[in-house]
Design a protein around this ligand. Structure first.
Ligand code: C5P
Length: 227
């Protein structure tokens, strides 16, 4: 299967408050985006890379990623919502790509094993695949400051990226979702259209770097990662 990687990296990163777009915040001396793309490439399953960046950052990204030797690198400008950025990235893929991995630059520490597992599930016939983790906290539904339900956590999962899709299904889903309320992940858009979304094991270290404390934890995890 020919696999395209789409990396949405056009977010402003307001919650991280690092004074620059989140994908360009440094982790162990390198931008989050560089960690994310390097992890994906070292899986050996990626044939084409599309990075979606804020306006004005194209040349910077080409320069940052040059040492990684991306097989076929395309850099496009994103939109106002993550969904707009992913759609722009999907449009930049060559038409002969069979499967697409959508991977947030903010989830910089996803290990190569997860990319391999997601692609294996696509090769086995899945239309949509997400890496998940079990929920360890007790989760309650709260309405107007009052608990109305304790949800059975055995039925819940935390969802990560890379999320994998058949190229035609992802393209059609993003077109269908144009103008709709933005989804928080791509699998959600396919779910809404009735596609089955399969799961593979996620990785606990693949945290989403959103808040300043996430960056501190990521620094520790990078230091602890085997070389
Ligand atoms: O904002 P959030 O943490 O959900 O962003 C997840 C990923 O989507 C990040 O890698 C961010 O750069 C990207 N994004 C984007 N375009 C946007 C908003 C977020 O590419 N408009």
């Amino acid at each position: 299967m020919k696999i395209g990687l789409v990396v949405p990296a056009a977010g402003r990163g307001d919650r991280l408050a690092a004074g620059r777009p989140k994908a360009f915040v440094l982790l162990a001396g390198e931008p989050l985006l560089v960690h994310a793309v390097r992890g994906a490439l070292s899986s050996g399953v990626v044939d084409v890379v599309v990075v979606v960046v804020p306006a004005g950052m194209r040349d910077t990204v080409l320069e940052l990623l040059a040492p990684l030797d991306c097989p076929d690198l395309r850099v496009v400008v994103g939109g106002g919502e993550r969904q707009d950025s992913v759609r722009a990235g999907v449009h930049a893929l060559p038409s002969d790509v069979d499967g697409v991995l959508v991977h947030d630059a903010a989830r910089s520490l996803a290990p190569p094993r997860v990319f391999v597992d997601v692609v294996a599930a696509l090769e086995a016939g899945a239309v949509a695949v997400v890496p998940t983790l079990a929920v360890s906290d007790t989760i309650k539904r709260v309405v107007d400051g009052v608990v109305v339900e304790t949800v059975d956590r055995r039925e819940l999962a935390v969802v990560q990226t890379p999320q994998g899709f058949r190229h035609d299904a992802l393209h059609a889903a993003h077109e269908a979702a144009r103008g709709a309320a933005p989804a928080t992940d791509d699998a959600g858009i396919l779910e809404a259209l009735g596609h089955e979304v399969r799961v593979v094991p996620g990785a606990p270290e693949a945290i989403k770097i959103t808040l300043p404390q996430d960056l501190l934890l990521a620094e520790v995890l990078v230091g602890a990662a085997p070389t």
